[in-house]
Ligand binder design. Structure first.
Ligand code: KG4
Ligand code: ZN
Length: 353
């Protein structure tokens, strides 16, 4: 079974073709074309929705052709067409969603509307064999949440951020430090040279019951420290980056630990922990979660960084998982800029199954 997946919810235009393997052993990525718009947004220090939507229109058609070519197939050779229908920026979503519906209509193929967060949550099953249930930590520029993944379309949110998303915190702190957008990778690089113990930044929610996150207080603490220093030297900037990252790592590990407790208290035994979303590319976070999992005897599934950040392969895979279960969607399916993951369960609007 082969599915074409389209991703346009934020600042990456991405198209991929993914094939299923026999026996539920993950999938094969036949092509994975990603065109980042970062350069076009850089001057503004963040994603400009209008620019994003136009840029998706400019390149999507070419990417679809390239993804099919690279996969050695054409539109007749795929079994279904999937697109992220949200959550994200409405202008961008409409571009990918409309293209997918048009292709489905023209080629007479089933269409699948994918929740972008679901795509991140199911990535662990694309890269290797991972059975339900498991825990997913979704950390991106727009979302930070812990999700119990019980089955396809069956998600329970255990906790989420009450203010900033993890990527947002990385990006805002990077901006304060004079680093380019998106700031996550720059902070990570600088942190390697800095002293993580120099600044004792707060670890919001650490040790707190539940699995919610809060990151805006940490960001404010960094801002105050920068103001106190005045004009930070290169050394200061590296130490600020390292100390900030150390605080985020501690918070994420603590929240995952708490999420695991909630998971097991509710009668479940997760088969693993999966990380998804752009921040999941962060080496310090991955190493800390690897340690936590080794300590708790949990399997850690960390997809390669390219599959953590936004891409078409994970959308195609989520589409394939749905398609394999008969969960296709009507061409009237509307874009959902806000689309909580756990509202999927039992939703009358999603899927025919
Ligand atoms: O999932 P993603 O590609 O797009 C969204 O859906 O938001 O995530 C982008 C976010 C940005 O905030 C970026 O700064 C962050 O992921 N990011 C990182 C790293 N690479 C990307 N944050 C920390 N460390 C990294 N290495
Ligand atoms: Zn994402």
């Amino acid at each position: 079974m082969r599915v074409l997946g389209i991703e346009t919810t934020c600042d990456e235009t991405a198209v991929a073709v993914v094939a299923s393997r026999i026996g539920g052993d993950g999938g094969d990525i036949l092509s994975n074309e990603v065109m980042s718009q970062i350069a076009q947004h850089a001057a503004y220090g963040g994603v400009v929705p209008e620019i994003a939507a136009r840029a998706h229109i400019d390149v999507l058609e070419r990417l679809i052709v390239r993804a099919l070519d690279t996969a050695g197939t054409d539109i007749a050779g795929v079994d279904a067409i999937a697109a992220s229908a949200g959550p994200g920026l409405i202008g961008g979503i409409l571009v990918g969603l409309t293209a997918a519906k048009a292709l489905a209509l023209a080629a007479d193929k089933p269409f699948i509307a994918v929740n972008h967060l679901e795509a991140h949550a199911l990535t662990g099953r694309l890269t290797e064999r991972l059975d339900f249930p498991y825990l997913a930590l979704l950390v991106s520029g727009g979302h930070t949440q812990l999700v119990a993944v019980l089955g396809v379309g069956d998600y329970k949110r255990l906790g989420s951020t009450v203010d900033d998303a993890a990527g947002e915190a990385f990006d805002k702190v990077a901006k304060m430090l004079g680093l380019p957008y998106p700031g996550g990778p720059h902070i990570e690089r600088l942190a390697e040279e800095g002293d993580p113990a120099r600044f004792d930044f707060p670890r919001p929610m650490f040790g707190r019951e539940g699995a919610d996150f809060s990151l805006s207080g940490l960001k404010t603490a960094v801002r105050q420290e920068i103001a106190r220093i005045g004009t930070p030297t290169e050394r200061d900037v590296a130490d600020l980056a390292a100390s900030f990252q150390a605080a985020i790592v501690d918070v994420l590990v603590d929240r995952v630990r708490s999420g695991l407790r909630i998971f097991t208290q509710n009668g479940g035994q997760p088969n693993g922990l999966v990380i998804g979303g752009g921040v999941g590319a962060n080496g310090a976070i991955r190493r800390a979660l690897t340690r936590l999992c080794a300590e708790t005897g949990l399997r850690f599934v960390s997809p390669p960084p390219g599959l953590c950040s936004d891409n078409g392969a994970v959308v195609a895979w989520a589409g394939l998982e749905r398609f394999a279960r008969g969960m296709t969607d009507d061409l009237t399916f509307a874009a959902r800029p806000r689309w909580p993951l756990d509202a999927n369960a039992g939703s009358l609007h999603h899927g025919k199954a």
